[in-house]
Design a protein around this ligand. Structure first.
Ligand code: MTE
Ligand code: LUZ
Ligand code: MOS
Length: 765
């Protein structure tokens, strides 16, 4: 199906409603936050007298106003909602000011005087690790015997790679609105990927049972992982304020506050060793990942786990040892971001492969192709690949796009030009689909058919722009056998769906689509039993297609509206709730082996760039992708996901330069003037996506998840840039340090080891 995203007309006309577009309830107040001025310290005093004296200020809320537990950590309880005695990152919430307008609240928050005794902040994960500042315990995923394998290698390369964080930059900044009701009820409208996380945390903060808190989500103006867990604090703060003042309260972060107060993609530093035989066959991979987790756990341990799952990307390596440590630093807690640690894991192995190729004098592509996983290979965490399309997507990508011709053309260009050089890279991706925390792979749906034939579907899935609503409506219509216009997907609400998992891990369609189909099965079974009695046929002979009911393929004269209204008159249920749990998943954390994923998504991209050797600037000319989506539920929506993910991935690898002051922990890239995000002009002009002809028996209607995997094609851009830089300086040692900003390119071309630029240097080489 190629239908448009259901929200597209609303977005274009500006009619889509977000949290604060709904008319405010009578008496609603606004909140703003006073935050820690330092990255690490002890609170000495907090003076809110000036703020409270301002006209229009209603309350100043502190940690001791929390009626329940002042604690919102999702995995480890290490995160206070409002700071009590210690502050662990700059921008950490300390006081909540509630006022008649957002402008007054913000102005008042600025007058709060927070006195601290400063403690030394740590911003570097390696320093944190040396000092034993580690969250949880380090994990090691291993297969074979790495130590014993080095002897079997003809060549071993080692090195270090560093990769930066990334700002989510959702268009809609974090926000929530809380409405107190009777008997302690609190209704929260939140921009969250995880309504249940907000409900659970807010109930804990308010000290009430979860059933007193209702969370409702219509849609998000983007989440990208940044609202998988980190929408919770703002929902809780709005609820706390509403509880204290007994009136509705809205909390909206402006862009600058959102940038400095929220966590981002985790920066990683890695040490590695890769061993191979002379012909390029990989033998052993040893990698140590130091994750910059920020000040509290948040989702860091789950992110780290996925880094270790994807530590070998799509390559067959018989001996693997992947170590990972979540290193606690004094930065805002880093969090989920599209790919969830997978991209950082893949970046390190791709760096090692680049170095090995250079050392062997082999092309990077030959080395990659030679070692791609195949059907039936056992991955280093014990899962055996099924319907493995790694080699298929690679070969189709290389052949269809005539990679060798592209290579020859780039070489011709590079011989003819001295100031500009072209670079190429291929990037294979193998990404596991399922939450790595097995218990999260569950979902429910509540489906109603009304007597007029219209249908309402509620699930725990959140629409964040990815088109989940569009795909769920299509799945429901198709599974019923009714026309798509009859189906409406409702808001995501904790009273209709309990204990929902976040919409994340790219699994939104699989999980919520799976539950929706089960609920529809129940309704249809009841309807067909009823109709079979009416018609005197076997219920198994009945089918619905395009609103018409058939018996053994022959028209019965019954259609959908007639069926539901007749069923209603005969007291047949027209509603059903169903529960779905992804089958076949298990993982043994004591052995770090198991079957964590329902399946893998495969694909390969060719990336091409042109670098200007005088300016360090570049253009991303080409992205040609062959991607495995199975049989997409909505091809147009999924193509949008692939293109958007690529854009986000190449931004991370090239221009998005997230910087904190290493000494003070202050965010330096704290506005869109200092943090550059890709726009349309960064999109490759030659962008071609081809879908692999493949089927996925375990996805809805044969489809595969789409959201995250294509982000990792962006990693190929880094290696295409490196390839182009190699065209200028063929045998200089180059660092592995992403993002490859134009500044970094210039450093690679002209700087000596101490970082001093020398314009004569390149000419001399
Ligand atoms: N696409 C849009 N437009 N906006 C988003 O916030 N989030 C991404 C991806 N695509 C996102 C998006 C992330 S991080 C994930 S995990 C998936 O969508 C989540 O949705 P799904 O599970 O329904 O694919
Ligand atoms: N969230 C999570 C995720 O809790 N577990 C995961 O495995 C995951 N993967 C991707 C994105 N979010
Ligand atoms: Mo996406 S990082 O799973 O929200």
């Amino acid at each position: 199906m190629k239908d448009k995203h259901l929200d597209a007309p609303l977005h274009v006309r500006g009619e889509s409603l977000y949290v604060d577009d709904v008319a405010p309830p009578v008496g609603m107040l606004h909140a703003a936050i006073a935050t820690s001025p330092v990255a690490h310290g002890r609170l000495l005093s907090v003076d809110t007298a000036d703020a409270e004296a301002m006209a229009g200020v209603v309350a100043a809320v502190r940690a001791n106003d929390v009626p329940g537990d002042n604690e919102i950590g999702p995995v480890i309880q290490d995160e206070p909602l409002l700071a009590e005695s210690l502050v662990d990152f700059m921008g950490q919430p300390v006081v909540l000011i509630v006022a008649e307008s957002a402008a007054i609240a913000r102005a008042a928050a600025k007058t709060v005087v927070i006195e601290v005794e400063e403690l030394e902040p740590v911003t570097d994960p390696r320093v944190a690790f040396e000092r034993g500042s580690v969250i949880g315990t380090p994990r090691v995923f291993a297969s074979g015997d790495v130590e014993a394998a080095w002897d079997a290698c003809d060549i071993v390369v080692s090195g270090r790679s560093d990769v930066g964080g990334q700002e989510h930059l959702y268009l809609e900044t974090q926000r929530a609105r809380a409405l107190p009701g009777e008997e302690g009820r609190m209704v929260i409208f939140s921009s969250t990927q995880s309504p249940y996380a907000v409900q659970r945390a807010a109930a804990g903060i308010l000290g009430v049972p979860a059933h007193l808190v209702e969370v409702d989500v219509k849609r998000l103006g983007g989440g990208f992982g940044g609202k998988e867990d980190q929408a919770t604090a703002w929902g809780c703060l709005a609820a706390l304020a509403a509880h204290v003042v007994g009136r509705p309260v809205e909390l909206v972060l402006d862009r600058v506050d959102d940038l400095r107060m929220t966590g981002k993609r985790h920066p990683y530093s890695a040490d590695w060793k890769l061993g191979a035989r002379r012909d390029g066959t990989l033998v052993a991979w040893d990698v140590r990942h130091y994750q910059n987790s920020g000040a509290s756990c948040d989702l860091s341990l789950a992110v780290l786990e996925r880094t270790l799952f994807h530590a070998a990307n799509a390559y067959r390596i018989p001996n693997v040892r992947a170590f990972g440590a979540a290193c606690r630093t004094n930065l805002p807690p880093n969090t989920a971001f599209r790919g969830f640690g997978g991209p950082q894991g893949m970046f390190a192995i791709e760096c090692a492969i680049a170095k090995l190729a250079e050392t062997l004098g082999m092309s990077r592509e030959d080395l990659q192709r030679k070692n791609l996983i195949a059907e039936g290979d056992t991955l280093h965490y014990g899962q055996v690949t099924e319907r493995c399309n790694a080699q298929r997507t690679w070969d189709e990508c290389a052949t269809r796009n005539e990679f060798s011709a592209l290579r020859a053309e780039a070489e011709r260009f590079n011989r003819a030009n001295t100031d500009k050089k072209r670079g190429l890279a291929m990037m294979p991706v193998c990404f596991g689909i399922a939450f790595t925390g097995t218990f999260l792979n569950q979902a429910s749906a509540l489906v109603h058919a009304y007597t007029d034939g219209s249908v309402s579907v509620s699930t725990g899935g959140v629409e964040m722009g990815q088109g989940l609503t569009t795909k769920l409506a299509a799945i429901a219509a198709r599974h019923f056998g009714i026309s798509p216009g009859r189906v409406r997907v409702e808001t995501t609400n904790t009273t209709r769906i309990a204990n929902m998992s976040p919409t994340a891990a790219s699994a939104g369609t699989d999980l919520n689509g799976g539950a929706t189909m089960l609920a529809i099965d129940r309704i249809k079974a009841g309807l067909f039993d009823f109709l079979a009695r009416e018609l005197g046929v076997d219920p198994g002979s009945l089918t619905l297609d395009g609103d018409a009911v058939y018996a053994d393929g022959a028209d019965t004269g019954w259609d959908w509206p007639k069926l539901v209204s007749a069923a209603y008159m005969n007291r047949i249920a027209l509603s059903a709730h169903a529960f779905y749990a992804t089958p076949g998943l298990h993982f043994d954390k004591t052995k770090e082996h198991g079957n964590p994923f329902a399946y893998h998504v495969f694909g390969t991209a060719i990336l091409g760039v042109t670098v200007d050797g005088l300016r360090g600037t570049y253009e991303i000319d080409t992205a040609r992708i062959v991607h495995d989506l199975g049989r997409p539920v909505n091809e147009l929506v999924d193509l949008g996901q692939i293109e958007g993910a690529l854009g986000q991935g190449l931004g991370w690898m090239t221009m998005e330069d997230l910087r904190y002051d290493p000494d003070t922990g202050r965010l330096l890239s704290n506005a869109l003037s200092t943090y550059k995000a890709p726009d349309l002009f960064a999109t490759p002009r030659d962008l071609q996506v081809t879908l692999l002809d493949a089927e996925n028996p375990v996805g809805p209607f044969g489809s595969k998840a789409v959201g995250e995997p294509p982000l990792m094609y962006g990693i190929g851009v880094y290696f295409a840039l490196r390839d182009a830089v190699r065209g200028f300086v063929s045998d200089r040692e180059l660092r592995f340090d992403a993002p490859m900003t134009p500044e970094r390119v210039l450093m690679d071309l002209y700087a000596d080891d101490s970082g001093v630029l020398d314009s004569g240097r390149r000419a001399a080489e």
